[in-house]
Design a protein. Sequence first.
Length: 334
Amino acid sequence: MKLAFTICSNNYLAQAKTLGDSLFEKNPNYKFIIGLCDELSNEIDYSFFGNIEILPVSQINIYCFDEIIKKYDIIELNTSIKPSFFKYFINKYEDLETIIYFDPDIQIFDNLLLLEEHLKENDVLLTPHILNPIGVDNLSPYENLFLNFGIYNLGFLGLNPKSQNALNLLDWWEDKTLKIGFNRVAQGLFVDQLWLNLAPIFFKKVKVLEEYGFNVAPWNLHERNTIELVDDKCIMVDGSRLVFYHFSSYNFTKPELFSKSYNRYNSVILSKEIYDLYTQYHNKLLQNKIALFSEIKCIYIKVEEKVEAKSLFKVILYNITPPLFKKMVKKILN
């Protein structure tokens, strides 16, 4: 059995369905599961997802789940449970040959045979954010951004489910994400991602994928700016096939923007095929009801309570501050 899965809350179900549909189109021999970091909602008719299985996180029995929903925001929560879902699937499916995680905002464009071949010789597959050096300038991303947020992008992770080495990695990684899976970059913490910088050191048979066609995204478009369509296959500049594209942070209400965070790709000429990828992805999101799903709030994230707590903290701190410093404190808190 070959399994691919993603994790999202109800608000990202349009992206997750687009991922699942693209997986089945190119890899009909795979099982695909959405790990739902949420509860099933009365606002959603889940029959819309057809043969895509949706598994609420409450069903995998994470031992400290009641604790992490109190301390994590929605991004921290969704990423913290990734190792736990890996472990759940590996324990459940004894005939599992391949297990791959994809972020929900990824789309598959080819078969996954090369990944499967790599997993016959390796236990862990990682994709680096970039494959080439970047000079010093005023564009983003720049190299030290990846030193802060992670050498590898954890929107993808492939594991050999039969390997004790991979299971050891999951135990180690899960311990970190459930306890300190915060987005606190200044403290050396960035959700689930930074830990895997250490994976090639701590664990054996970790392969870093160097083909351009894996995990193409706005942060590496400057080096993967040419995609050519040949016989219905998307071919990268290094001759590899485009296997999956990561439409990270794509906002369907602002389709003219590929990214809100990066602008380095504006320094190169992007091929027409790249623009076509975004156009078709936008249309698929609309077909998969993104306007509906994106408005549904995650039941585990009590935004109002967090806002009230922050406001209360401001009031207390302001009131105990000596008058001389009140103006400065007010400016910092706001």
